[in-house]
Design a protein around this ligand. Sequence first.
Ligand code: ADP
Length: 422
Amino acid sequence: MSILMGAIADDFTGATDLASTLVGQGMPTVQAIGVPADSFDPGDARAVVVALKSRANPPKEAVADSLAALTWLQDQGAEQIIFKYCSTFDSTDYGNIGPVADALMDALDTNFTIACPAFPKNGRTIYKGYLYVDDVLLSESGMKNHPLTPMTDANLVRVLSRQTPHQVGLIDMNAVNQGSAAIRARFDELQEAGYRHAIVDAINDADLMSIGEALASVKLVTGASGIALGLPENFRRTGEMSGSTDPTLPPTNGRSAVLAGSCSIATRSQIVAAQDHWPSLSLDPLSFADTPERGAADALAWVDSQTADAPVLIYSSADPDAVAKAQDKLGRDEAGDLVEDTMGAIAQGLVDRGVRRLVVAGGETSGAVVQALGITGLRIGPEIDPGVPWTETLNEPHMALALKSGNFGAPDFFMKSLAMLP
Ligand code: ADP
């Protein structure tokens, strides 16, 4: 059975978020880590999300990686392609949203696409082309200070126009409110007038469902995970996909562990909540900076001293003062690399000790762990909290893995995730 939907995501936890949305709409989905090898087997999945790390790369590299992912997805039979980026439209005037979308359109031989980063469930809405984060404009949100992609303009028509030589139009709430036929009519109108891109307003999930229906025959769709809400239903309408399979939890037999490298407020409160129930170990990068291998070795010796019955929680997460102290002493990137390498080595040691249920908190931390474990693909299971599903690794070591973007999840996330597993 070939796949129906192919997606190219510009970062790792964003790919999981999109994959989880597709699964939530009844589409069996796997996530590939990087452009898959020819031997990668999506099994009975009807959608594959290729997770790239291209958001902050030079546009040329982002385009090359995205085109390589597209070629692989087309070889698997993908009929529709989603280019997934962040719901805060993270990009600069150089890209990478415009250049990647243009390159994908050329390769797909199509001359129209939409851009809709709305994700109402997480407070991202678009009205008259302006992107809101909760109750404020994007340009007034924390994103204005982002270290790599500061977003200082909330008008997405303007933002995208700076990233592409082509015309960018707007399909506003007046059309969206009238439903899918009216939206489709606006696609045709804009296309005939020479527009290649259109920002589409959306303030709730019902809007995204109407937009999704209107997109049935659009080859390339760009947006955040919300844009995928209404797409799987199109394949049921044509009979190419039937029913709505419930995602199943990964089979689990083995010890449980949580690794947290995110220093976000959400993750730190999740750690505090779990510490009441499980043994925990704090990793201070300053204590092993001189002999980096000691970080993992000491942590694993601590694991060996614990009973195998209870989950273990190991975290480097710290408050901003402690992080600043480590960064001052070691350098920002060096401190991050030291912690990530240590987390990767700990993950390997945990798997060697029989851990087969692992929760990881932090985007970069998740990347480091997945890389250290040599994982090439994930089958997406049921959602734990919005945007974070349980997954099952497709290659050895076969295990249950939950990868959480730092800020996601309720305070009881760690306990809730492990309690879900049989
Ligand atoms: P998030 O999803 O919250 O952004 P990430 O894992 O992506 O979390 O990023 C956290 C970064 O902070 C990683 O590079 C990690 O190695 C680094 N880090 C974690 N703990 C510490 C610490 N105690 N001191 C300095 N850097 C740290």
